[in-house]
Design a protein around this ligand. Structure first.
Ligand code: WTA
Length: 662
């Protein structure tokens, strides 16, 4: 365990001056979630979750709430339901068909769509009928590679309606990354678009699919949404336009109920090895978890609130809090296609003002970017509709928290800092608005019904004021059910380090009040702009380049993106400097973008004749991180050749360390 984790890092100092914000009135009416909710849930968590599950529409009730054979859980055993019915049909049946499900805002100015629950039912039914026509059956995996357009949600719900697990792949992944996932899934159908918009310029998606499918001969159908109107390659017999196939379908589709454990989706995420893990989520428990957390953490009033999760559906945050949670609760959401500064740095605030957004949920990296752009962009707009703010994806630094509270929340909105993971399916550690006293930078307390512990290397709980490994001690309904196709890896990765407990890979501590603070990853996973990226995966990509002998990648702390990717690379032959070196660095960055995607491009690459290694030949990553962050190097005598480090360190300082690129 690193010293920084063990002593809680710089946090101790910060905690001294921590401010506390008591819960304001007007939230979480006692009947919904008073303080007693914690005691109730703690008394019998499994029964408490069962009570929450009754909020869903079940075709057949379960006969056992939980079957727990560590580490394999089945929730709501014997129960049957349909996820799509729970997100759409039942709200229409309850008379809310004219309620808006999504105010969709496209990146180009004025390009908007309003989709009611009636509209959504028709769209999902048609898409489900189309998928049936294309031969999709329950259990078939469908890959979805779409921009932030309503068809992404429709495609997901249409798959769910048929019991066919979807796997949404973020549009920022490359053709190669896409191919790897399609092959791992053995998907036969891919849903994509001609492209998407990124700061006004159309970007290609279909072109990546075409390239990926050269490696995936089993894919028989590609359904293509026309979004940008750009020219695309076409393979007759395989490629079909969405509007030609979906629009002509019947607007009604009779759904079938599936087992509570029917696979709902697979979401790939980076681990500590080069191969991404397909995280499997199933239906009944997941929906219970996301609907309950969405309702209580965001104090949602479905007939009043305008809820905005500013994330991409290509990540788990989008799955749980743009799609499944909000729709299960019959909420009205904003879905925004573009970047925060598309059409001006006040774009978000225009959206808040125009749609009277009441709840905003985003990532610290975005908050820091908005902070950098300055308050003048907010000052021009009426943000008084906001009543609650959320944060997710990485530790939020107290300065960003305070800025968010003061400038976005007008000093009146509580902030919920929510800790969770792709694997957990939904929020696990968070304040409850109106119930919890918050502190800038703390996620404070486990959600009701969630068991958390912080332990040392030996698995012994540490006391208040000390840092350690974050564990989840009890099964929870939204938990991953496994890694697609690899049950052993599931057990090894999460359940073997501390027998029978879920090992999250994060450091955490409790302060003297017993409140929880998250301290970041303790493994080789980086968190760059709220995106999880594996150091090993990037190293693997770099050594795949013909000029590279060896590569070490570290996450260096960065004031805006949280962490930034820094790579140390040794090259073949004499080593390169000057213009040739620059050209090679550019080429290596492009190479990483091609193999994984632009999100994984190193901020900085250092070419080095050697990498610092211990006597046993292990690359000293901690030391490289220190070099990347210009920290004092301390004792380097266990290294094979200390001069290597000193040389790298000098090179790093000379290069300034922040040759950022947009
Ligand atoms: C980090 C995103 C501190 C953490 C939902 C976790 C956080 C990883 C927080 C999961 C938070 C997420 N405070 N750290 N509020 N939320 N993290 O799978 O390191 O993309 O393990 O899920 O993000 O990232 P993932």
């Amino acid at each position: 365990m690193s010293d920084a984790i063990a002593d809680g890092g710089a946090l101790s100092a910060l905690l001294q001056e921590t401010r506390k914000f008591p819960p304001p009135d007007g939230f979480a009416a006692k009947a919904v979630a008073g303080p007693e909710i914690y005691a109730e849930a703690a008394a019998d968590p499994v029964a408490w979750w069962a009570e929450q599950a009754k909020g869903l529409q079940w075709e057949t009730p379960w006969d056992q709430v939980l079957d727990w054979d560590v580490p394999f859980a089945r929730w709501f055993v014997g129960g049957r339901l349909n996820a799509s019915v729970n997100c759409v049909d039942r709200h229409v049946a309850a008379g809310h068909g004219d309620r808006v499900a999504f105010h969709w805002v496209g990146e180009p100015e004025g390009d908007t769509r309003t989709i009611t629950y009636d509209d959504l039912l028709e769209m999902v039914s048609k898409a489900a009928n189309a998928l049936v026509e294309l031969g999709v059956q329950a259990e078939d995996r469908v890959a979805i590679y779409l921009p932030m357009i309503p068809e992404a949600v429709v495609a997901m719900l249409a798959c769910a309606r048929l019991g066919a697990p979807h796997s949404v792949i973020f549009g920022g992944f490359s053709a190669e990354a896409l191919a790897g996932r399609i092959l791992d899934l053995d998907a036969r159908v891919v849903i994509t678009a001609d492209g998407g918009f990124r700061r006004g310029a159309p970007s290609g998606l279909k072109v990546n699919v075409d390239e990926a499918l050269e490696q995936c001969p089993a894919v028989r159908t590609v359904l293509v949404v026309r979004r940008t109107g750009q020219d695309v390659g076409w393979q007759d017999g395989r490629d079909l336009w969405w509007h030609e196939v979906v629009d002509r379908q019947s607007p009604s589709h009779t759904p079938e109920a599936f087992d509570a454990e029917q696979p709902l989706y697979i979401m790939y995420t980076s681990g500590t090895t080069a191969k991404p893990k397909g995280i499997l989520h199933t239906t009944g428990g997941y929906l219970t978890h996301v609907a309950t957390t969405h309702r209580l953490v965001f104090d949602v009033k479905p007939d009043q609130d305008i809820f905005w999760t500013a994330a991409d559906v290509g990540w788990v945050t989008g799955h749980s809090y743009i799609v499944y949670g909000p729709l299960a609760n019959g909420t009205t959401s904003i879905m925004y296609e573009g970047l925060p500064d598309a059409g001006g740095r006040d774009r978000w605030w225009r959206i808040v003002e125009e749609y009277k957004v009441s709840i905003l949920y985003t990532a610290p990296t975005t908050i820091r970017t908005l902070m950098k752009w300055g308050e003048e962009h907010l000052a021009k707009h009426d943000l008084s509709s906001l009543r609650l703010l959320g944060s997710v994806g990485e530790p939020i630094n107290p300065e960003a928290w305070m800025w968010y509270r003061t400038n976005v929340g007008g000093g009146r909105c509580p902030i919920v800092d929510t800790w969770w993971q792709t694997e957990t399916g939904g929020i696990m550690i968070t304040p409850l608005p109106g119930v919890t006293t918050t502190k800038p930078g703390a996620a404070v307390t486990p959600f009701p019904g969630i068991g958390v512990d912080i332990v040392d290397n030996d698995g012994v709980s540490v006391g208040n004021g000390q840092g350690g490994y974050l564990l989840l001690t009890d099964p929870w309904p939204g938990m991953l059910r496994g890694i697609w196709g690899d049950p052993e890896r599931y057990r090894d990765t999460y359940w073997s380090r501390f027998e029978g407990k879920y090992f999250a890979g994060d450091g955490a501590k409790r302060d003297d009040d017993g409140d929880l603070w998250l301290l970041g990853r303790i493994d080789d996973v980086m968190n760059v702009s709220g995106h999880r990226i594996s150091t090993t995966e990037i190293e693997h990509a770099l050594v795949g380049h013909p000029a590279v002998v060896e590569a070490a990648v570290v996450g260096a702390s960065d004031p805006t993106t949280g962490q930034a990717v820094v790579a140390f690379v040794t090259v073949k032959g004499e080593g390169v400097d000057g213009e040739a070196g620059k050209a090679l660095v550019d080429d290596l960055r492009a190479h990483v973008a091609k193999v994984i995607g632009p999100i994984a491009k190193p901020r900085q690459i250092l070419l080095s004749p050697e990498l610092p290694k211990t006597r046993s030949g292990k690359i000293m990553r901690r030391l490289l991180r220190d070099v990347a962050e210009h920290r004092d190097l301390g004792d380097v005598t266990t290294l094979l050749d200390p001069t290597v480090v000193n040389m790298i360190d000098t090179q790093m300082r000379e290069s300034g360390g922040t040759d950022e690129e947009g």
